[in-house]
Structure formats: structure tokens, C-alpha cells
Design a protein around this ligand. Structure first.
Ligand SMILES: Cc1ncc(COP(=O)(O)O)c(C=O)c1O
Length: 506
């Protein structure tokens, strides 16, 4: 009898969750693991130098039949996963826009895990819904947006842009939600974005049936800002050709060089042409909260929609992106759809965030934003953003005094683009025309980035500006200090010197 009871007990344990005592132990173990990882991250390689498939080759191709102990799983994270990662949180990770890992952000993510709710309607989690509304409004106030702007949290800016353009499409071609675009007497629509704008514009056009080629790229001026006179000409020409301007995307903080388009002038063009104005402030949004960067948000009040990525510049861990729409009902009208199964859980008059996009199930993302924003406060974020700008300008000052390099773009925010312009010995390389010299310099700049990243000591990215390959450093990580930046600059200089020697004496 006793044996049978014990057997039943162990079967129940197998069916249920980890027993509380064991779970508590595992949590403590994990807490120590996280604290150690965070403390020692600077001693790791920033990125592995393995060939594709190297990690997969060490993992079993089939899932385990029986459950495995957490200790074993955690040991495999140390053995297989951590060494196979590009560590975005590493202080020498200077790729993209730097990164947003912070201790409070990690706490926010951990807190979200046990709650694990689905924030699709108010009733499915009132606190998740209401906290989302509150955090979105805090952000709106920091951005100085009028309160006629309402927002919704998505995973990424790309998804936000797609939703914004879906509303633009519906307003330009009413009933598209119901009838689609086919077999209707509609003009072909066009979207305009600068040649520096993010490719999310094309992705949105693909998804919305507007056609990738109907995203027209507008040239930029010497500081990589949209040339509004050319925008006007392009729209006028398109109108003559039977196209209808649907939307203009202005960028505040472009991906390559963090340039800022002249929004007030673009807004005027949009008004004249009854085109939707979308502002992509995925990166620049954070800086717009600084009083001295008020210029970044000039004209935003005239926008129809604005995307801001707090996972880029508001210290929120990936993913967290906010789309603001002037009168959020415009977005709701396009996407509200209540399946019968949810009708009972949909309280009229309450905000049900499933109505504001194609996603039904939604994570409780607002919690981590709330934790980090309360932990740092506005002042804490402002001072950290200012430090990013200070470091970016410091690096620019070093670049300016080393004659082998040139700055490739003005430094606006936490991004520095520069190019190694020495290293080509004309007599040795045979390069004689500016085009061949530039071509060789492109290869060289690309190779320097590749070599540094392969060394595991620092990580940077490359991009093209004015058709030329340049190196690019993004500062956004709270662990990156002035000393780290000095080290990175030294690594870059040494790599360039060694390449230079090889080029001169092959
Ligand atoms: C200006 C800009 N817009 C949009 C995006 C796309 O962001 P997400 O990865 O959140 O879709 C990026 C990404 O770097 C960006 O730099």
C-alpha cells in the first residue's frame, strides 16, 4: 500500500512542475550564473571565429526522450552556447547602435517570465494592458508629442512601419481592408524614403501588396539628409505618370550615419500632396528626449505616425518598439476584428491591444520597460545618452588627428563612420585612377573590420556612404567606457598599420 502511494506520488511529480524546493535552488543557481556572466562578460571573446555549422555539429540532432536535469542544461550553455555567441552586451561590442543590456533590464526580463500572460485584451490581463498604456504615455511625454498621439507596442520597428503604411493605404484607398487591392479602379501608389532610410520600407510594401519597386528612394544632401527639392520633383513627375503619393518616410537617425531628415519641410510636402507622413525614429527617438536635441523632433507634431525603438535608445532589452499614430483609432479601424472565441473576453470601451495590429497573442513587454525606466529615471537615461554622444565625439576627435583616416559623416548621435584612406601604395598596387584606388580602399576597409571582428577583441560594422565602404562604430552600451573606446581605437590603428606595411612591402 505504502509502495503504491509512493509510486503515485512520483508519477504526480513527473506530471506536474519542478518541486518548489528544487526550483528555488535552481533559481539561486541561475541568479549566480547571471551575476557571474554580467560581471565577467568583458573577459569573453566578443564574437566567435567559427565556421557556420560549428555549433550545430556539437548539438544532438534529436530532442531527448527523457527529461534532463537543469544543471546539465546550464553546463551546456557554458560549454556550447556562450562561446558560440556574438556578445552584444560586451563592452567592446561596438556594432550597429551598441546595445541596451542593463542590470535592471535583465531584472525586468526575469520578472516577466513567471507572469507569462497573453496581453491580447484588457480582460486577458488588465495590468499588462494598462501598464502598456501608461508606459507608452511616459514615452510620449519624453518625446514631447502632443497627446493626440496614441501608441501600441510591437516587437520591432519593421512591424510598426508596416502597420503605419497599412493605415495610410486604407485612408488613400478606403475599404481596402475589406476588398483588397485587386480589380479596383485604383492608381498605383508610391512611397518615398531617402536613400539612407531603412529597408523596412520595402519590406512593408512587399507585405502590403504595394510593390517593392513603388518605394522610391530620394537622394540625400552632403550630410545624408533627404533632399526635399528632389522629393518634390519626384512626386510631381510621378503624379504626371499617373502614380499617387501614398506616404513619405522621414528618418530621424538613419541606420548608417544617424542623419536626421528635415521633417518640417517634408511635412509641408506631405500636406500639399495629401500623403501620409511617417517618421522612422527607431534610433533617433531616444536622443529626442534631450533638451539640447529638441531639433531632432522638430515637425513631429505634423506626422501621422512615428516609430521609436526603446530597444535601441531607451535602454529596454530587445524587443520593444512603439508605433504612435495621430488618433490611434485610425489604426484600430484597420485592424479590429473580434473572433467569437474572444467576444466574451472583450469589454467594450476598454483597450484591447489585439485590435491594433495583426498579432493576437502579445507578450507583457511593458513590464520590462517599466522596470528599466523606473530604475534609471529620466535623468539617468539622459545622462547615459549624453555619455554616448560624448564618447562618439571623442572618437571623432581622435580620427581627425590621425591623417590616415577621415570621418565619413557628421557625428550626430552615438554613431561614428570613418574610413582608412592610407595603405594603398600606388606603385605597388598598380592603382592609378581614383576609381581603382577607391575600389582598393573599399576592400581594405572591409578587410580591417573583418580582421578585428575575427580577433574576438572588439566588434564593429561596416557600411556604405556615397558608394564607399566605411567602418562604423555605434556607442550605446552602458558598460562601454572611455578606456574601452581607447582600446578599440588602438586595435583599429594597429590593424591598419599592419595592413599598411603589407601593402607597401608585398
Ligand atoms: C532607422 C531604422 N529603422 C528601422 C530599423 C528596423 O528596426 P527593427 O529591427 O526594430 O525592425 C532599423 C534597424 O536598425 C533602423 O536603424
Amino acid at each position: 500500500m505504502k509502495d503504491r502511494q509512493e509510486h503515485l506520488r512520483s508519477e504526480l511529480d513527473e506530471l506536474g512542475d519542478t518541486p518548489p524546493g528544487i526550483f528555488r535552488k535552481q533559481l539561486h543557481q541561475l541568479a549566480d550564473w547571471i551575476a557571474d556572466f554580467r560581471q565577467n562578460i568583458g573577459s569573453l571573446r566578443v564574437a566567435p571565429n567559427d565556421k557556420p555549422g560549428a555549433i550545430r555539429a556539437q548539438l544532438p540532432a534529436r530532442a531527448p526522450e527523457e527529461g534532463e536535469p537543469f544543471e546539465k542544461i546550464l553546463a551546456d550553455v557554458d560549454r556550447l552556447i556562450v562561446p558560440g555567441m556574438t556578445h552584444w552586451s560586451h563592452p567592446m561590442f561596438l556594432g550597429y547602435f551598441g546595445w541596451t543590456t542593463t542590470a535592471p533590464g535583465i531584472l525586468g526580463e526575469i520578472l516577466t517570465a513567471p507572469l507569462n500572460v497573453n496581453a491580447m485584451t484588457w480582460r486577458t490581463c488588465p495590468a499588462a494592458t494598462e501598464l502598456e498604456t501608461v508606459t507608452i504615455d511616459w514615452l510620449r511625454q519624453w518625446l514631447g508629442l502632443p497627446n493626440e498621439f496614441g501608441g501600441v507596442v510591437y516587437d520591432t520597428a519593421s512591424v510598426g512601419i508596416m502597420h503605419a503604411l497599412a493605415v495610410a493605404r486604407e485612408e488613400a484607398a478606403p475599404s481596402t481592408r475589406k476588398l483588397g487591392l485587386i480589380n479596383r479602379d485604383l492608381p498605383p501608389f508610391r512611397i518615398y524614403a531617402s536613400d539612407q532610410a531603412h529597408s523596412a520600407a520595402e519590406k512593408a510594401a512587399i507585405a502590403l501588396g504595394l510593390g517593392e519597386q513603388n518605394v522610391q528612394r530620394v537622394p540625400v544632401d552632403a550630410e545624408f539628409r533627404m533632399d526635399v527639392a528632389v522629393l518634390r520633383e519626384m512626386i510631381a513627375q510621378d503624379r504626371e505618370g499617373g502614380f499617387q503619393p501614398l506616404a513619405v518616410i522621414a528618418t530621424a537617425g538613419t541606420t548608417s550615419s544617424a542623419s536626421v531628415d528635415p521633417v518640417p519641410e517634408i511635412a509641408k510636402v506631405c500636406r500639399e500632396n495629401k500623403a501620409w507622413l511617417h517618421i522612422d525614429a527607431a534610433y533617433g527617438g531616444g536622443f529626442a528626449m534631450l533638451p539640447e536635441y529638441k531639433w531632432v523632433r522638430e515637425g513631429w507634431e505634423m506626422a501621422d505616425s512615428i516609430v521609436v525603438n526603446p530597444h535601441k535608445t531607451f535602454f529596454v532589452p530587445l524587443d520593444f518598439s512603439v508605433l504612435y499614430v495621430r488618433d490611434l483609432q485610425r489604426l484600430r479601424r484597420v485592424f479590429t476584428l473580434i473572433p467569437e472565441v474572444l467576444r466574451g473576453d472583450t469589454i467594450e470601451g476598454e483597450k484591447n491591444y489585439m485590435d491594433y495590429g495583426i498579432q493576437l497573442g502579445r507578450r507583457f513587454r511593458a513590464l520590462k520597460a517599466w522596470v528599466i525606466w523606473r530604475s534609471l529615471g529620466r535623468a539617468g537615461m539622459v545622462s547615459r545618452l549624453r555619455e554616448q554622444i560624448r564618447l562618439a565625439n571623442l572618437l571623432a576627435s581622435w580620427i581627425k588627428i590621425d591623417r590616415r583616416f577621415e570621418l565619413a559623416a557628421p557625428v550626430n548621435m552615438g554613431v561614428v563612420c570613418f574610413r582608412f584612406v592610407a595603405g594603398i601604395d600606388h606603385a605597388v598596387s598598380g592603382a592609378t585612377t581614383p576609381a581603382t584606388i577607391n575600389g582598393q580602399l573599399d576592400k581594405l576597409n572591409s578587410e580591417i573590420v573583418e580582421r578585428i571582428n575575427a580577433s574576438g577583441r572588439a566588434y564593429l560594422t561596416q557600411t556604405k556612404l556615397c558608394g564607399r565602404t566605411v567602418m562604423r562604430i555605434g556607442l550605446g552600451n552602458v558598460l562601454t567606457t572611455e578606456q574601452h573606446l581607447r582600446d578599440a581605437w588602438e586595435i583599429i590603428q594597429k590593424e591598419c598599420s599592419s595592413i599598411e606595411r603589407v601593402m607597401v612591402r608585398p
